[in-house]
Write a protein that binds this ligand. Structure first.
Ligand SMILES: [Zn+2]
Length: 113
């Protein structure tokens, strides 16, 4: 008796799973769960992740968010290296002026310099 009930339950679950899979296949050619948000998306519509999950395709929405974050990181890096370059230029110009015998009284007051 118990076995029969179990097999009915298993059939029911299997059918539900099949229905779910069929539904997914109708909507998506290659249904894929997003590593970032867990949402199911079509692999063809996804975006290759570069920072969060390298070599993994994530959903388009998360891909857009990641792109914004990467752009922000790039800008921060760029601004930092602009400051480094400027500090280097000032330092080099000062020591060359001193070499040329020019009195360089000006001191640039920046924390890093
Ligand atoms: Zn996502």
């Amino acid at each position: 008796m118990e076995n029969k009930q179990n097999s009915i339950l298993i059939d029911f679950l299997n059918n539900s799973l099949k229905e779910y899979e069929n539904k997914m296949e109708e909507e998506f050619e290659m249904p894929t769960p997003c590593q970032k948000c867990g949402k199911i998306f079509d692999l063809n519509d996804g975006t290759g992740s570069v920072k969060w999950f390298p070599n993994t395709v994530i959903c388009q929405k998360c891909g857009d968010e990641e792109e914004k974050e990467v752009e922000r990181d790039d800008e921060i890096q760029d601004l930092k290296s602009q400051i480094d370059d400027a500090n280097y230029t000032i330092k080099e110009a000062r020591s060359r002026l001193i070499e040329l015998g020019v009195d360089v009284p000006l001191r640039v007051h920046t924390p890093d310099y």
